[in-house]
Design a binder for this molecule. Structure first.
Ligand code: MOS
Length: 761
């Protein structure tokens, strides 16, 4: 089976995104108008100069909402349109609907809003001090850190910061809402979560969910940014469509998308780590200040995943972690590949880095010594099962000849002054399942048509990650028919109800398993029918293989197409629906213990960099990883996901810098001010080896989830650069603050400190 089934259409420009859909006659266009201040009260809204522009059909604010003005998913604290006050710059206040996008845009610019400004908070620690919180802090603990410190020979405390990250999906947020007969609205949305859109639209419009149909063909990227935050635009379009009984399209222009939507959460964290003299970690404490932005969005769930992943791949007998979701006047930060996990892992890696520095050893020694082992327990109570931490680590060091790499780096650094090399090891362990256990469910609907072709519907949303090819492969394997016979249908709430978001890396697991169950129902019926056609009583003797019925291992005359038509004529259903729920997962939020994850994904990467100490610029020379894919359902897709995630993780920690003014204005609001890794800043070499012999009973055909885990190898790039900086200024204590942009590297290398900058000789 080839790669992502969309690739050919993408290359030819044939793939349809929201903006490619041929709109029905009479379609109108909506433009959002939003707050120009980060915090304040709305005194007045004057629309008179806008509404009189020819072509403007309607202007809608909170007053026009027939239902409940509420789109908060976890906490009901988020209005669709601001009412009396605004809490971030870019907060939607209303929409203008016009007969062209140009007119809508022009009219939106004529709307005058008067505000009374209030104080602005952009920093999470300041928010915490002022008790501006999304919800009460949460603490996970294991063992007893208070009494463990006395057993530690080395104790290191510090602070670590990570920045935000713009999703920068190629397709911006958007939707097309089409009114249908009987008051029904069909919404074609670029969302990871069709049911979230359906539910919110029903609430806003005071309609039943069965009157809202959401359809998703594919997204041009999402990365978590369309898990919760695709809803708003879809619902706004639906509101206007319902008011005007005309189709309405709303697509955010890039700069609006960057201003109006949230990003990866920046975190500011404190840590304390204690070790024995030989590098065993005895105790670890961390406090995470999460910059949530103005409303909850998914922040509570993201915060929880930070706690789950705070110890990364390590067993630590005494742990206490506290996470605080801080409410600031920024656009609500949201899901982003890794969902808080990367932020948690960064801090333990920072702690290990600092401890290694104090002990005068390589961080790798500490990492290796504390890797999780089979039978131990994660600090949230789950048993460590089918642990691959050691195997990935050993194989990475061996396959990529780590010793030689280190020696070469030492030699290089001894011979060079302007350029220094650095390396770091990055083990990962990432839990797979939604941490809200109830979300771990999916269903599938499989139809076989009378010509033998197959249509498969699931809740999975294709967003470039290749979930469709995986589901196709799973059905093809189960029914043993050629994948060319199978079409993966759009994700549609009338075919698949109550969808969980395609998120948490679990799209292929949950929906693939449901599709396999549905296919097996059909397979059983078909074999029974084949037995009747062939006059064979014991259907256990029959098998379908490559579209042919076999009896006791011998080919029969009966082929797929004939079997299908005869089964149809015998009045046996050729459609099946099936439901999958991940077994044996639970989590008790009162004690913060349980078995939240079906399984874990492991891996280890080696990252090497070269730093130009005169300019602060660097190249990521190589990222080499041994990664646990389980038994891949599509090696090409999985490799692509790993490589993409690695580049995205490196981008987050190196060149991608979100900047806000003190007044809460997004300064990095376009591609000229926000840099993502391009061909020049991406790693010169990425090599990912598939770990062999990895079983996973929870994944379709023993595959493992791939979307998020490899992003966290990017953390190694941060520490590799830091190690190169240390090679230049060995005595300097660099602060741990990502992103480590070339500008910041340069300033740190030549910062005034008690230690002089070394000279060439
Ligand atoms: Mo993903 S960050 O769970 O949408």
């Amino acid at each position: 089976m080839k790669s992502n089934i969309d690739i050919e259409k993408h290359v030819k420009g044939e793939s349809q995104f929201i903006d490619d859909i041929i709109v029905p006659e009479g379609t109108l266009y909506a433009k959002v108008f939003d707050s120009t201040i980060a915090h304040g009260n709305i005194l007045s809204i004057t629309i008179k100069d806008a509404i009189n522009i020819p072509g403007v059909i309607g202007i809608y604010t909170h007053k026009d909402i027939p239902g409940i003005n509420q789109v908060g998913g976890i906490i009901q604290d988020e209005t669709l349109f601001a009412v009396d006050d605004v809490q971030f710059m870019g907060e939607p206040i209303g929409i203008v609907v016009a007969d062209s996008i140009e007119t809508a845009k022009k009219a939106a610019g004529k709307i005058k809003i008067e505000y009374q400004k209030l104080p602005v908070i952009t920093d999470p620690r300041e928010a915490f001090e002022k008790n501006s919180l999304i919800m009460p802090p949460r603490t996970f603990s294991f063992g007893d850190t208070d009494s463990a410190w006395k057993d530690c020979k080395i104790i290191v405390e510090g602070k670590a910061e990570t920045g935000g990250q713009e999703h920068l999906y190629l397709e911006t947020q958007g939707a097309l809402a089409i009114p249908e007969e009987g008051g029904k609205i069909k919404i074609i949305s670029s969302t990871q979560s069709p049911t979230a859109v359906q539910r919110a639209a029903a609430r806003i419009l005071a309609m039943s969910m069965h009157n809202i149909e959401v359809d998703v063909l594919r997204l041009g990227g999402a990365f978590g940014g369309k898990e919760d935050q695709a809803t708003h635009w879809a619902v706004m379009a639906a509101l206007a469509a319902s008011k005007l009984n005309r189709p309405v399209k709303l697509v955010l222009p890039r700069m609006d998308d960057m201003r109006l939507t949230g990003k990866r959460h920046p975190y500011s964290s404190d840590f304390k780590i204690g070790l024995t003299s030989d590098g065993k970690i005895i105790a670890y404490e961390a406090t995470f200040y999460q910059n949530a932005g103005a409303v909850a969005d998914l922040s509570p769930a993201i915060l929880e995943r930070t706690l789950f992943h705070a110890t990364n791949s390590y067993f630590i007998p005494n742990v206490r972690t506290t996470a605080i979701s801080c409410k600031t006047n920024l656009a609500p930060n949201t899901a982003f590949r890794g969902f808080g996990g990367p932020q948690g892992k960064f801090v333990i890696e920072a702690a290990i880095h600092k401890a290694a520095q104090k002990m005068g050893i390589d961080a790798g020694k500490i990492q290796k010594k504390n890797l999780l082992k089979e039978g131990q327990s994660f600090y949230y109570g789950q048993k460590v099962e089918r642990c691959q931490a050691d195997r990935c680590w050993e194989q990475a060091l061996e396959n990529f000849n780590y010793k030689k790499t280190i020696n070469e780096i030492d030699k290089f650094n001894g011979n060079n002054h302007q350029f220094k090399k650095g390396s770091a090891l990055m083990p990962i362990c990432f839990g797979i399942s939604f941490t809200n256990s109830f979300l771990n469910q999916a269903s599938a609907l499989v139809h076989i048509y009378t010509d033998g072709s197959i249509g498969v519907s699931t809740a999975a949303v294709e967003m470039g990650q290749g979930v469709n090819v995986k589901i196709k492969n799973a059905v093809s394997k189960t029914l043993s028919v050629n994948a060319d016979k199978i079409r993966i249908e759009t994700t549609n709430t009338t075919r698949i109800a109550n969808t969980s978001a395609t998120a948490a890396s679990s799209g292929a697991d949950l929906n693939g398993n449901a599709a396999i169950l549905a296919s097996n129902i059909l397979l059983k019926r078909l074999l029974k029918s084949a037995g009747e056609i062939l006059g064979i009583k014991d259907t256990d003797e029959l098998k379908l293989e490559d579209g042919v019925v076999f009896h006791k291992g011998r080919k029969t005359e009966l082929e797929w197409n004939e079997l299908i038509i005869k089964t149809y004529q015998k009045r046996i259903s050729l459609s099946a629906q099936a439901y999958y729920a991940t077994p044996d997962i639970y989590f008790d939020k009162k004690i913060n213990k349980g078995r939240p994850f079906a399984y874990h994904v492991y891996g280890t990467a080696i990252i090497t960099v070269t730093l130009d100490c005169l300019r602060g610029t660097y190249t990521i020379d190589s990222v080499k990883a041994v990664h646990d894919f389980g038994k891949s359902l599509s090696p090409v897709v999985d490799r692509g996901q790993a490589e993409g995630a690695i580049a995205q993780g490196i981008g987050w920690l190196t060149v991608e810098e979100i900047a806000h003014s003190k007044e809460g204005m997004l300064l990095s609001n376009s591609l000229s001010t926000y840099k993502v890794p391009d061909i020049y800043s991406a790693p010169k070499e990425i090599e990912v080896i598939f770990l062999e012999d990895s079983e996973n009973p929870f994944g379709p055909f023993h595959s493992k989830a791939i979307g998020e885990p490899p992003l966290m190898y990017g953390i190694g790039a941060y520490f590799a650069i830091l190690n190169a900086m240390k090679a230049f200024r060995p005595e300097e204590e660099f602060k741990i603050s990502a992103p480590i942009t070339p500008e910041r590297v340069l300033m740190a290398l030549y910062s005034k400190s008690t230690k002089p900058v070394p000279s060439p000789n």
